[in-house]
Design a protein around this ligand. Structure first.
Ligand SMILES: CC(C)(COP(=O)(O)OP(=O)(O)OC[C@H]1O[C@@H](n2cnc3c(N)ncnc32)[C@H](O)[C@@H]1OP(=O)(O)O)[C@@H](O)C(=O)NCCC(=O)NCCS
Length: 185
């Protein structure tokens, strides 16, 4: 079964390292990124970025990871499998969502799609029955990532986030297109 780290054609998906806090800060200090993430606010200091890295690990297959461009060794951004807030199910589990963000110097190359495809495969292979994605309804770059991944669009939901409605996508075990297959609308 796939495990972390995961190597893809151009990337390595692995935990953020403590010494990469300045790089993470240079992403999460930007309001134009953080405004889409449901984060409370932008990060201001390397110490805050270090604390965020220290808090990323969860019980696998949930976590947040860096996706590093293998050719440079530099993280392009983050991809994560995390619980959806306030989505507790009768059995006590929470629904799971995939999330992502990238440094502006690394967008426009398909890295996010490549990293997310590998993490969806990893999550489903690890036993998750379904993985959702929730984006602001005007977050067109993120919705295009969902489309490129072949995620199924379920419509607009206001179920879990209070700040704004979300475009809601899902992949389900056994129903997701194989690697490399792309769906466009
Ligand atoms: C959402 C976000 C991660 C998307 O980043 P991105 O760089 O557009 O996504 P990808 O890395 O998959 O790149 C896809 C783009 O690269 C282009 N591209 C270039 N080479 C490519 C390749 N080899 N493979 C696929 N796409 C490629 C695609 O055409 C696409 O551009 P388009 O959307 O204008 O058509 C980024 O905008 C971001 O960090 N936003 C702020 C945080 C955020 O919104 N997070 C999501 C919250 S729900």
């Amino acid at each position: 079964m796939t495990s972390i780290p995961i190597s893809t054609e151009r990337l390595v998906i692995r935990p953020w390292r403590d010494d990469e806090a300045p790089r993470l800060l240079d992403i999460l200090r930007r309001d134009e990124i953080v405004r889409w993430l449901g984060h409370p606010r932008t990060l201001e200091t390397v110490e805050e970025a270090r604390a965020k890295i220290a808090g990323m690990a969860m019980e696998l297959p949930m976590s947040e990871w860096a996706f590093e461009v293998a050719a440079t060794g530099v993280p392009a951004g983050s991809v994560m499998l995390v619980p959806i807030p306030r989505s507790e199910q009768p059995d006590g589990s929470s629904l799971v969502q995939i999330g992502w963000y990238a440094h502006p110097d690394a967008t426009g190359h398909g890295y996010v799609t490549e990293a997310a495809r590998a993490v969806l495969e990893y999550g489903l292979a690890s036993g998750l029955r379904e993985i959702r994605a929730l984006t602001h309804t005007d977050n067109y770059p993120s919705m295009r990532v969902c489309d490129r991944l072949g995620m199924t669009y379920l419509g607009v939901t206001e179920d879990w986030y209070d700040d704004a409605p979300s475009s809601h996508y899902v992949v389900r075990a056994g129903q997701w297109p194989a690697r490399g297959q792309q769906v466009t609308r």
